[in-house]
Design a binder for this molecule. Structure first.
Ligand code: SF4
Length: 341
């Protein structure tokens, strides 16, 4: 009992840290932030096939970073939040306190760093979004998770086709003096047009710059359709590493585009900010399972609910070491199976 009390007292003395997790379809980001909004450490991973494996790998990565650091052991995670397409499952796995959409998480991060931001462009591996803010309020947004032509996977595919590492793609594009026009309506059209331009003798630089222009055109015709993009414009997500795309946006919009320092971590950073505020406002007692999630075994199973003609397929996640406690369940159209242990 004395030992337990001492342990609690020790943890109370530790400094506050807040964990934001963004698990998307291609990559996963984990950000540990202090009370003042400073990023303490982060982990970036390619998706491990399932959100469960990704969450566990992220927790293991954070623990490695903490163990290798001189001062991160002084912090205690007080609150945790999840975003991204797998936010609800990840919330159940790690025991997060909050789950919010990517739109909210990205907007919060951008607005914290750039309080006057009016437009956020976000392009990831398999989706893209646009968020419009006026006086700090989200007034409009759009997401594309169906067509690959305005996302990072479009560039990945074309870079592989040209035999150029995607990391070098932007450097080629900015060398171009005369970007060629490439159809960007979809990956199939773009590829056949690119082959045609290659055979016509255009340089790789001009073709790559043309591909960047076509991605931007596609983005603007898709998520940007009918929207008024006002400055300051912040560009985030993995594709914002690509200088060719930044220049293509600036050409298209005729103004400067700002890329934040933590451009790929903005969703996770936004969640860390949201849970920090949630914790401070509510003196919230976290339900976070801790970085030990890396070692916990989770099992998934599925069954059909035959209680009506919908015959929904219900998927559930259990923790065998806690008597097969069900921690998450989804797939029910009527909400019948939503309640878990
Ligand atoms: S979960 Fe609800 S909607 Fe689905 S089959 Fe069962 S009763 Fe019908």
């Amino acid at each position: 009992m004395v030992e337990v009390t001492e342990k609690i007292a020790k943890e109370r003395k530790k400094k506050d840290a807040f964990l934001g997790i963004d698990i998307g379809s291609v990559s996963c980001k984990f950000v540990l932030m202090d009370k003042d909004g400073n990023l303490l450490t982060s982990v970036f991973l390619r998706n491990r096939g399932s959100p469960i494996d990704s969450a566990k790998a992220g927790m293991a990565g954070l623990r490695d970073n903490i163990e290798q650091s001189e001062n991160l052991g002084d912090y205690e995670i007080r609150c945790c939040g999840t975003t991204g397409s797998a936010r609800y499952l990840t919330k159940a796995i790690v025991g997060a306190d909050l789950a919010k959409t990517e739109i909210i998480a990205h907007a919060v991060a951008a607005q914290t760093i750039y309080p006057d931001v009016r437009t956020i462009l976000e392009i990831g591996g398999q989706d893209s979004k646009i968020i419009l803010l006026r006086d700090g309020i989200i007034v409009d947004f759009a997401m594309n998770s169906v067509c690959a032509a305005g996302t990072g996977s479009f560039l990945d595919h074309q870079a592989a086709r040209l035999g150029i590492p995607i990391e070098e793609f932007g450097a080629y594009a900015v060398k171009s003096k005369n970007p060629v026009s490439i159809a960007g309506r979809c990956t199939v059209f773009a590829e056949s047009d690119m082959i045609h331009k290659q055979n016509a003798g255009y340089s790789k630089e001009d073709i790559i710059a043309g591909l960047c222009d076509s991605l931007v055109r596609n983005y603007m015709n898709n998520v940007g359709k009918g929207k008024t993009l006002e400055e300051p414009i912040v560009f985030q997500g993995g594709v914002s590493y690509n200088k060719g795309i930044i220049e293509a946006f600036e050409r298209h919009l005729g103004c400067k585009v700002i890329v934040p320092k933590y451009n790929v971590l903005m969703g996770a950073l936004g969640m860390a900010i949201l849970v920090r505020d949630f914790y401070l406002e509510n003196e919230h007692q976290t339900v976070f399972r801790g970085l030990e999630v890396a070692e916990i075994e989770f099992t998934t199973s599925a069954f059909n609910c035959g209680d009506c003609p919908n015959n929904c397929e219900i998927v559930q996640v259990k923790m065998p070491q806690e008597g097969n406690k069900i921690i998450a369940r989804w797939g029910s159209r009527c909400g019948k199976w939503d309640q878990v242990d």
